[in-house]
Design a protein around this ligand. Sequence first.
Ligand code: PLP
Length: 428
Amino acid sequence: MKKATECVQAGWTPAKGEPRALPIYQSTTFKYENSDQMARLFDLEESGYFYSRLQNPTNDAVAAKIAALEGGVAAMLTSSGMAAVFFAAFNICEAGGHFLSACNIYGGAYNLFGVTMKKMGVDCTFFDPDKLTDDEVKALIQPNTKFIFGETISNPGGAVFDIERYAKIAHEAGVPLIIDNTFATPVNCRPIEWGADIVVHSTTKYMDGHASCVGGVIVDSGNFDWLAHADKFPGLCLPDESYHGLTYAKDFGKFAYITKATAQLMRDLGSCQSPQDAYVLNIGLESLHVRMRQHCENAQKVAEWLQTRPEVGWIHFAGLPTDKYYPLYQKYLPKGGCGVIAFGLKGTREEAVKFMDSLKMINIVTHVADVKTCVLHPASHTHRQLSDEQLREAGIAPDLVRLSIGIEDASDIIADLAQALDALQQSK
Ligand SMILES: *Cc1c(COP(=O)(O)O)cnc(C)c1O
């Protein structure tokens, strides 16, 4: 199926007499005929539902749709994008482990990697994906390095990650590449086709698309050969004593990674998505391909217009031929990137705040990537825990304004921005 068809049709295929719309299995538990059937489920000898923390039919249908969209073999929904990022990482590393991450990533992930996982004994080295040569990146890889992490399009800076290049470096080192594909969505880029092994999303953003539900997902390509690097990944390649000694990579083949994430991490750490939220997410997915087209078309118009305004000091939007990332954009995102534009106004930080406060239709919200155009100043909002130096390290200028372009009529978005810029001029 083509991606547009998968958005609408994949995941839930009702049999005769079953509901056409994806049903919400609002149940924690599932019934079986006898104790032996239950026991086999608990031992992972049979697949089936027994408790919604681990698996639920509504969630599984939505996960299957996203796996199809990304071209993966299996997926698992999580309660948030942060849970997806953490589980994706923690599923293949533990205390004493190490990984590499692009420095220009989502602020929450930056903090998770640099602070919280460090407390768990997992070390992260941040690298600048645009400044280092291949050899310089390889020099950062240690014997205990477990994976490399980057975002297809970085939040909020709009940098495009060279997925193919980093997949090659990771694979030469015998480790997988994990890509956060939240901003591009599989409609615009499928990282697995470029060599990524595992893909994560905050489904809170474009996938849900309506700012309704917080959620996340992990998709596994099934391509990484864990057993070929068994010494690095004991969790997948040695017997799990909490499951009577089964070995994920041997017993579940291409499904090893997601099976372990479900059976072990979801079992022990929770963070499952509710079936109700998965249902809402699925409604969002049904129009993802249509919305992404409009987000990108509108953002292109707004970015080109912003470029003509004398108040705008700089603008990062990979769809502009003048943008530093335009060559990577043409390679990875030929149909469009996303609706997010980062820009800075000539003038002070206070003036940036005044500009945002003058907007009428466009709201200031701690959100991005939904149907309503919104704006945020990371230095005073989402990233306020970071120092100016850390901000710059994360690729975020202190004056950066993040504009998330919705699917309204582009002329109304531009009119609101224009009147706010005019108001700023008049106040000078
Ligand atoms: C928002 C976001 C996250 C975190 O997702 P939540 O759903 O807010 O937990 C992770 N990565 C990226 C790129 C994001 O934009």
